[in-house]
Design a protein around this ligand. Structure first.
Ligand code: BV8
Ligand code: ZN
Length: 270
């Protein structure tokens, strides 16, 4: 387990894992507001491919062709098939230990906000209540023309591109495509949460998609204690106070358990 602790002056030094955990737990135990920014990596252990890992989705498909309105209008059938394929994988997937550990955070932290780029709704299925979905969700679909929701039974997913019963328009997944604005107000809420938290986690994200990728830096600039959990380094790693290069499903349950023991010992909490 590699944990790098960065001092304020940016000197990298790796303390023992235990010492770094203790520093993290003390910050968490004293925190009122915690913001937890997640990306596709937190769902990797649920069997859902990430986007930019070597075997990720974008290594097989071109995002501008598939995850954009331009791509959809050019070839709606192809885009619909790709989302159908992903919806089926996500319908079979289960939240993993990392999702459940984040849901447990809400029991111990007064104000805990999950800001997710993910569209799989596994955080909600694991029990997280306070969540901001930046990029929509892949579970729901709607009409490109009149916006009517399109309800489909995942088991009898229409392989053919469905049409809107209200106006005959094409049906699309309710995700945010490249080049599309994020849902009204959601980025402002996420930015406020990142800018006002005591501790900020960046978990399972390559920090490459904007404007979401600004959020870790917003938290850092506003003085939050920043923790990155990712087996590989990202552009944010040098700015994190603690960088835990582990899988989220492995280390998050340990963080929650250590926090629970600390609170019990120090505050006789349950
Ligand atoms: C917009 C839904 C206007 C679709 C997605 C500057 C400012 C604003 C915009 C831009 C800008 N520069 C460029 C842009 C345009 C564009 C953009 O960012 N392009 C990129 C490619 C450069 N952005 C947009 O178009 C956005 N809209 O800008 O509107 C605007 C302007 C200003 C303010 C507001 C609005 C819309 C972007 C949304 C696109 N839709 N998803 C779908 O899913 O099909 S993005 C897609 O990427 C997913 O949502 C995904 O979550 C997201 C980010 O990727 P990650 O989650 O980080 O996943 P990735 O695979 O990259 O990384 C996974 C990481 O996990 C890795 O680091 C890996 O090491 C790690 N990992 C692996 N296993 C584990 C693990 N970590 C922990 N544990 C493990 N077990
Ligand atoms: Zn319609």
């Amino acid at each position: 387990m590699i944990i790098t602790l960065h001092t304020l002056c940016g000197v990298f030094y790796t303390k023992s894992a235990m010492e770094s955990y203790n520093i993290l737990i003390e910050h968490l135990a004293a925190a009122c507001d915690v913001a937890i920014f997640t990306g596709a990596g937190i769902s990797a252990e649920s069997g859902i491919a990430t986007f930019r890992d070597p075997d990720g989705l974008w290594s097989k498909f071109n995002p501008t062709e598939l995850a954009s309105m331009k791509g959809f209008l050019r070839n709606p059938d192809r885009v619909w098939q790709w989302y159908n394929y992903r919806q089926a994988i996500i319908a079979d997937a289960q939240p993993n230990a990392g999702h459940y550990a984040l849901a447990d955070f809400e029991k111990y932290i007064p104000n805990c906000t999950v800001i997710t780029q993910n569209v799989d709704r596994l955080h909600q299925r694991a029990g997280t209540k306070n969540i901001l979905e930046l990029h929509g969700n892949i579970i729901e679909n709607h009409c490109v023309t009149c916006n009517s929701p399109y309800i489909q039974d995942i088991d009898i997913q229409s392989k053919e591109l469905p049409f809107c019963s209200n106006c005959g328009g094409n049906i699309r997944p309710s995700v945010v495509w490249f080049g599309e604005n994020l849902p009204d107000g959601i980025y402002e809420k996420a930015e406020y949460s990142a800018g006002h938290c005591d501790v900020f986690f960046s978990i399972g994200t390559s920090v490459e998609v904007y404007p979401a990728a600004y959020l870790p830096f917003t938290a850092k600039n506003r003085g939050a204690f920043c923790v990155e959990i990712n087996p590989t380094s990202t552009s944010f790693t040098p700015y994190a106070n603690i960088a835990i290069q582990e899988k989220s499903g492995d280390c998050l349950p340990r963080i929650v358990e250590t926090l629970q023991q600390y609170l019990k010992r120090e505050y006789n909490a349950e």
